[in-house]
Design a protein around this ligand. Structure first.
Ligand code: GLU
Length: 432
């Protein structure tokens, strides 16, 4: 991807939606530019005594509707273009689910798998040390993303609190439960996608046992959505991680695959009875093959740009549920939309369960009062089901793709906040 290619694609989606929304052109212009960008260098003393310098980025895209909100990812391919795009998607995502936040995102260019645990801790604390004046519970609130987890969020909250000399639980979400995390946050992203699929099940009269599902990416979100669908009787026929995947038409026992993945770090075709896991018959497949399987639901749950102009024509799934951020390029969207019968439940809706429960975590931290898991899940399910239905209705009434409908819905909310501070016609009239 060349410089700014992902961001240009992200802007294109806003351009496609504006004419169907109530947003003013001037407000859209404002959204095309991130509010603030910071790039920092983090010198890290490695375990062998040597020094390496890493680059970290934080982008606050927009905070009209509330403080910036969005995760921090650790990945060798992190770039400013990517982080800006992810931050813009967060602005739209928080508006889709109506939580009172704007959008932000951060990342460090690093392969965390090459670091020791102590190096990872020092790097995480070092990043917060550099951006401690840029983030804050009322300005910009980070969370986990690709290859960051609750332990890292705990270190970051602790470092921020040390710097500001005040225990500040509400500066970061996705923390361990014992450090102010929320019940239900861990599985929230997957659960939100599951809620979307359940709404479709109702509308389409699906019988779970007849529906096959392929899950690309078996991290936190991919595991949660697969587990919930499996528990309802869906056939999880294919699962992959970054090293490759397995396929079996009759479906896998998902808890067994989660168990082996957690024990060995790899997806393997197994059935486990307690600690004993036996191999089951299955085909080994690549990630590219998984995308093109003849399944009913395809769930990309890893990184951006896995459905592109190169493979879109060969995608056979009827429904794509984007648990990853940005898995489909705008060119692929055009190809899939022409096919007409492919429904894409877009990322800014399908994976918004995570930030919804992040909002609940922030609220609980500020109240110092903690909710039950049932309470968290029920409130999130209600939001996801309601926003899914609204967006589905916009899609049908305006005959536009579901992605465009989700952007229309979010632009209406963001536009209302920007325009509550006055529009061009409001100020021009005052001069007459
Ligand atoms: N990284 C997640 C996302 O992309 C969660 C963000 C958050 O909870 O702030 O939605």
């Amino acid at each position: 991807m060349s410089d700014n290619e992902i961001y240009t694609g992200a802007i294109k989606r806003l351009d496609n939606a504006i004419s169907h929304s109530d947003m003013d052109e001037e407000s859209l212009e404002r959204l095309k530019h991130p509010k603030a960008v910071i790039e920092v260098s983090i010198p890290l003393r490695m375990d062998d005594g040597s020094m390496q310098v890493f680059t970290g980025i934080r982008v606050r895209h927009d905070d009209t509707r509330g403080p910036g909100k969005g995760g921090i990812r650790y990945h060798p391919n992190v770039s400013l273009d990517e982080v800006k795009s992810l931050a813009l998607w967060m602005t739209c995502k928080t508006a889709v689910v109506g939580v009172p936040f704007g959008g932000a995102k951060g990342g460090i260019i690093v392969n965390p798998k090459e670091l020791s645990r102590l190096e990872l801790e020092r790097l995480s604390r070092g990043f917060i040390e550099r951006i401690a004046d840029f983030i804050g519970p009322d300005t910009d609130i980070p969370a986990p993303d690709v290859y960051t987890n609750e332990m890292i969020m705990g270190w970051m909250m602790d470092e921020y609190s040390t710097i500001h000399r005040r225990r500040t639980l509400d500066v970061i979400t996705g923390k361990p439960l014992s450090l102010g995390g929320s019940l239900g946050r861990n599985e929230a992203t997957g659960r939100g996608a599951y809620d979307c699929i359940k709404q479709l099940e109702k509308r389409r009269g699906w019988k779970p046992g007849d529906i096959t599902v392929a899950v690309q990416g078996f991290g936190n979100a991919g595991q949660a959505v697969a587990r919930l669908l499996f528990a309802d009787g869906y056939r999880i026929a294919a699962i992959s991680d970054s090293a490759g995947g397995v396929y079996r038409d009759e479906g896998f026992d998902v808890p067994s695959i989660i168990q082996i993945k957690n024990e060995t770090r790899h997806v393997k075709a197994v059935y486990c009875d307690g600690a004993i896991c036996e191999t089951v018959d299955a085909d080994n497949i690549t990630n590219a093959e998984l995308m093109e399987l003849d399944v009913d639901i395809l769930i990309p749950a890893a990184l951006e740009n896995v459905i592109t102009a190169d493979n879109a024509e060969r995608i056979k799934a009827d429904v794509i549920v984007e648990v990853a951020n940005g898995p489909t390029t705008p060119e692929a969207d055009m190809i899939l939309n022409k096919k007409n019968d492919t429904l894409i439940v877009p990322d800014i809706l399908a994976n918004a369960g995570g930030v919804t429960v992040s909002y609940f975590e922030w609220v609980q931290n500020r109240q110092g009062y903690y909710w039950t898991e049932a309470d968290v899940n029920q409130r999130m399910d209600e939001i996801m089901q309601c926003e899914f239905d609204v967006i589905h209705d916009v899609m049908e009434s305006k005959s536009i793709p579901m992605r465009t409908a989700a952007y229309v819905h979010s632009l209406n909310r963001i536009g209302a906040a920007i325009e509550a501070q006055g529009t061009r016609s409001y100020f021009a009239d005052a001069r007459d």
